[in-house]
Design a protein around this ligand. Structure first.
Ligand code: RIB
Length: 296
């Protein structure tokens, strides 16, 4: 079974600040670093570092060569990453003294996917393979429809949640990986248990992974429900914690691991990621995650 992730690649410009800037305020940043990021490629890197056979599809500009180098280094198949004459997507990320962030996203090349390119990518995948998507590229409704026709299992991380998702036929999604805010936006509810219950009602055949920040994660599929607490750590940067969880969760699912084991591995991987700066560089390798699990 293969996984193809059609998703974003962003250059993350990360600034450490005392607090997230308020409207009208000017504040000096402590430092600035440029990291490889983007929900799409973060999740592909997490899949690869967890040991999965992952292909990434997406668009970068001439400034995006470091992504191809990183794919080669970490074992993500980059066959479907193309360079175009539009700058790579980028973000401006503020990280405050409590490790919380705010992200300003410029789509750039990520928003230039064409139906022809999507068809070309999907032609190499077949029934049973997994397609992973987030909401940082264009053409999501088209991609979902085409992949569903081909019998691919579609995993959706509906992040960032916005009105573009209204055009996606959510009934075609096999696996939802979302946080409590996104779950609230889909269901109109706020209590995590009610969100999960409503998601089960709305999508009775889907696997649902709901991450809850410091309250851990919940999983539901049919009558089965599991919970996983966090592994408490001193966080320095929470960017890509959710992406790490998503990549590890899918990798475990592809291996057929029991759900409680997958949840534990994914929570441990995220807990390591938040102790490091940046997105792609913060994602741990499987060996490190398994070693850390033995210690606690
Ligand atoms: O999920 C974290 C990611 O969101 C960052 O790497 C940034 O690029 C934004 O897409």
């Amino acid at each position: 079974m293969k996984v193809i992730n059609i998703g974003s690649l962003n250059l993350d410009y990360v600034y450490h600040v005392d607090h997230i800037i308020r409207p009208g305020e000017t504040e000096s940043a402590g430092d600035r670093n440029v990291f490889l990021g983007g929900k799409g490629i973060n999740q592909s890197m997490a899949l690869a570092k967890a040991g999965a056979d992952v292909y990434h599809g997406g668009l970068i500009g001439e400034d995006g060569q470091p992504f191809l180098d990183a794919c080669a280094e970490y074992g993500v198949h980059a066959d479907y990453i193309r360079k175009i004459a539009v700058p790579t997507g980028h973000t401006i990320i503020q990280v405050d003294k409590n490790a919380q962030n705010s992200i300003l996203l410029y789509g750039g090349a990520n928003q230039m996917l064409t139906e022809e390119f999507v068809d070309e990518i999907l032609a190499d995948f077949e029934k049973g393979d997994i397609l992973l998507l987030q909401n940082e590229v264009n053409l999501l409704p088209y991609i979902v429809d085409q992949a569903y026709e081909k019998g691919l299992q579609i995993a959706l991380n509906p992040s960032p949640f916005n009105e573009k998702l209204e055009a996606v036929d959510m009934k075609k999604i096999s696996i939802f990986l979302l946080n409590e805010v996104e779950g609230g936006q889909i269901t109109g509810l706020t209590d995590p248990d009610e969100v999960l219950e409503k998601m089960r009602e709305m999508f009775p055949h889907a696997k649902i992974v709901l991450t809850l920040g410091k309250d851990g994660a919940k999983y539901a599929e049919g009558d089965q429900v599991y919970e996983q607490p966090i592994f408490p750590v001193k966080a320095v940067d929470t960017t890509a914690a959710g992406d790490t969880f998503t990549g590890y969760f899918l990798a475990g699912l592809m291996e057929g691991m029991p759900i409680p084991e997958i949840l534990k591995m994914s929570a441990k991987a995220s807990s390591i990621a938040v102790t490091r700066n940046g997105a792609v560089p913060s994602i741990p390798y499987r060996s490190e995650v398994m070693e850390a699990l033995k210690q606690k």
